[in-house]
Design a protein around this ligand. Structure first.
Ligand code: 2BA
Length: 111
Protein backbone atom coordinates (compact mmCIF):
# COMPACT_ATOMS: atom_id res chain seq x y z
CA UNK A 1 0.00 0.00 0.00
CA UNK A 2 1.10 3.59 -0.67
CA UNK A 3 0.16 6.98 0.68
CA UNK A 4 -0.09 9.69 -1.95
CA UNK A 5 0.50 13.19 -0.60
CA UNK A 6 -0.57 15.70 -3.24
CA UNK A 7 -0.37 19.49 -2.91
CA UNK A 8 -2.82 21.17 -5.26
CA UNK A 9 -4.01 24.71 -5.86
CA UNK A 10 -7.04 25.40 -3.69
CA UNK A 11 -9.05 26.36 -6.80
CA UNK A 12 -8.51 22.82 -8.11
CA UNK A 13 -9.34 21.04 -4.86
CA UNK A 14 -12.99 20.32 -5.66
CA UNK A 15 -12.18 19.00 -9.16
CA UNK A 16 -9.29 16.81 -7.99
CA UNK A 17 -11.03 15.35 -4.94
CA UNK A 18 -14.30 14.92 -6.87
CA UNK A 19 -12.55 13.01 -9.66
CA UNK A 20 -10.76 10.80 -7.11
CA UNK A 21 -13.97 10.04 -5.21
CA UNK A 22 -15.74 9.23 -8.47
CA UNK A 23 -13.18 6.45 -8.98
CA UNK A 24 -13.71 5.29 -5.39
CA UNK A 25 -10.46 6.57 -3.91
CA UNK A 26 -10.66 7.68 -0.30
CA UNK A 27 -9.42 11.22 0.18
CA UNK A 28 -8.55 13.42 3.15
CA UNK A 29 -8.18 17.15 2.50
CA UNK A 30 -5.98 19.38 4.63
CA UNK A 31 -5.90 23.16 4.23
CA UNK A 32 -2.22 24.14 3.92
CA UNK A 33 -0.09 27.18 3.08
CA UNK A 34 2.76 27.28 0.57
CA UNK A 35 6.02 28.33 2.21
CA UNK A 36 7.09 30.55 -0.71
CA UNK A 37 3.92 32.37 -1.74
CA UNK A 38 2.31 32.15 1.72
CA UNK A 39 -1.00 31.44 -0.06
CA UNK A 40 -3.53 28.75 0.75
CA UNK A 41 -3.27 25.45 -1.07
CA UNK A 42 -4.65 22.00 -0.28
CA UNK A 43 -2.83 18.84 0.68
CA UNK A 44 -4.65 15.63 -0.20
CA UNK A 45 -3.90 12.30 1.47
CA UNK A 46 -4.91 9.27 -0.56
CA UNK A 47 -4.21 5.73 0.65
CA UNK A 48 -4.13 3.31 -2.31
CA UNK A 49 -3.17 -0.22 -3.19
CA UNK A 50 0.10 -0.40 -5.17
CA UNK A 51 -1.57 -1.31 -8.44
CA UNK A 52 -3.75 1.84 -8.37
CA UNK A 53 -1.01 4.40 -7.67
CA UNK A 54 -0.37 5.35 -11.29
CA UNK A 55 -4.07 5.77 -11.99
CA UNK A 56 -4.61 7.92 -8.88
CA UNK A 57 -1.62 10.13 -9.74
CA UNK A 58 -2.88 10.58 -13.28
CA UNK A 59 -6.33 11.61 -11.99
CA UNK A 60 -4.63 14.19 -9.73
CA UNK A 61 -2.41 15.52 -12.53
CA UNK A 62 -5.18 15.77 -15.08
CA UNK A 63 -7.40 17.80 -12.73
CA UNK A 64 -4.72 20.11 -11.30
CA UNK A 65 -3.83 23.02 -13.54
CA UNK A 66 -0.70 25.13 -13.89
CA UNK A 67 -1.26 28.84 -13.39
CA UNK A 68 0.82 31.98 -13.13
CA UNK A 69 0.47 33.77 -9.80
CA UNK A 70 1.89 37.19 -8.95
CA UNK A 71 3.58 37.33 -5.56
CA UNK A 72 2.89 40.16 -3.16
CA UNK A 73 5.47 42.96 -2.78
CA UNK A 74 8.40 42.76 -0.32
CA UNK A 75 8.94 39.07 -0.91
CA UNK A 76 11.99 37.76 0.97
CA UNK A 77 14.43 36.78 -1.80
CA UNK A 78 17.47 35.58 0.16
CA UNK A 79 17.68 32.29 -1.75
CA UNK A 80 17.89 34.09 -5.09
CA UNK A 81 19.65 37.35 -4.23
CA UNK A 82 21.57 36.81 -0.98
CA UNK A 83 21.18 37.58 2.72
CA UNK A 84 18.54 40.14 3.65
CA UNK A 85 17.39 40.63 0.03
CA UNK A 86 13.76 41.59 -0.58
CA UNK A 87 11.93 42.07 -3.90
CA UNK A 88 9.96 45.29 -3.61
CA UNK A 89 7.80 44.52 -6.68
CA UNK A 90 5.80 41.33 -7.11
CA UNK A 91 7.05 38.67 -9.51
CA UNK A 92 5.17 36.10 -11.58
CA UNK A 93 5.68 32.44 -10.63
CA UNK A 94 4.19 29.37 -12.26
CA UNK A 95 2.43 27.19 -9.71
CA UNK A 96 1.23 23.60 -9.94
CA UNK A 97 -0.58 21.46 -11.50
CA UNK A 98 0.21 19.28 -8.52
CA UNK A 99 3.18 18.39 -6.35
CA UNK A 100 2.93 14.67 -5.63
CA UNK A 101 4.83 12.46 -3.17
CA UNK A 102 4.26 8.69 -3.05
CA UNK A 103 5.22 7.09 0.29
CA UNK A 104 5.40 3.44 1.31
CA UNK A 105 2.88 2.54 4.00
CA UNK A 106 4.34 0.21 6.61
CA UNK A 107 1.05 -0.52 8.33
CA UNK A 108 -2.57 0.46 7.78
CA UNK A 109 -5.38 -0.09 10.24
CA UNK A 110 -8.94 0.97 9.62
CA UNK A 111 -11.66 -0.15 12.02
P1 2BA B 1 4.77 27.57 -2.48
O1 2BA B 1 5.89 27.19 -1.57
O2 2BA B 1 3.95 28.75 -2.07
O3 2BA B 1 5.38 27.79 -3.94
C1 2BA B 1 4.57 28.28 -4.99
C2 2BA B 1 5.36 28.36 -6.28
O4 2BA B 1 6.41 29.30 -6.13
C3 2BA B 1 6.05 27.04 -6.65
O5 2BA B 1 5.14 26.23 -7.38
C4 2BA B 1 7.23 27.50 -7.48
O6 2BA B 1 6.83 27.78 -8.81
C5 2BA B 1 7.57 28.85 -6.84
N1 2BA B 1 8.67 28.76 -5.87
C6 2BA B 1 8.69 28.06 -4.70
N2 2BA B 1 9.85 28.25 -4.05
C7 2BA B 1 10.58 29.10 -4.82
C8 2BA B 1 11.90 29.72 -4.70
N3 2BA B 1 12.68 29.49 -3.64
N4 2BA B 1 12.31 30.54 -5.69
C9 2BA B 1 11.52 30.80 -6.76
N5 2BA B 1 10.29 30.27 -6.93
C10 2BA B 1 9.83 29.44 -5.99
P2 2BA B 1 5.16 24.66 -7.23
O7 2BA B 1 6.55 24.15 -7.38
O8 2BA B 1 4.13 24.12 -8.18
O9 2BA B 1 4.72 24.35 -5.73
C11 2BA B 1 3.36 24.55 -5.30
C12 2BA B 1 3.28 24.30 -3.81
O10 2BA B 1 3.59 22.90 -3.57
C13 2BA B 1 4.29 25.07 -2.95
O11 2BA B 1 3.76 26.34 -2.64
C14 2BA B 1 4.43 24.18 -1.72
O12 2BA B 1 3.32 24.37 -0.84
C15 2BA B 1 4.31 22.79 -2.33
N6 2BA B 1 5.62 22.19 -2.63
C16 2BA B 1 6.29 22.19 -3.81
N7 2BA B 1 7.44 21.49 -3.72
C17 2BA B 1 7.49 21.02 -2.46
C18 2BA B 1 8.45 20.23 -1.74
N8 2BA B 1 9.59 19.76 -2.31
N9 2BA B 1 8.20 19.94 -0.43
C19 2BA B 1 7.07 20.40 0.16
N10 2BA B 1 6.12 21.15 -0.45
C20 2BA B 1 6.34 21.46 -1.75
Amino acid sequence: MKLIVAIVNKDDTAAVSGALRKKEYQVTKIGTTGGFLQKGNTTLLVGVEDDRVDDAVSVIKSNGHRRVVRTGPNLPAELMLGPGAVMSDGVDVTVGGATVFVLNVERYEHE
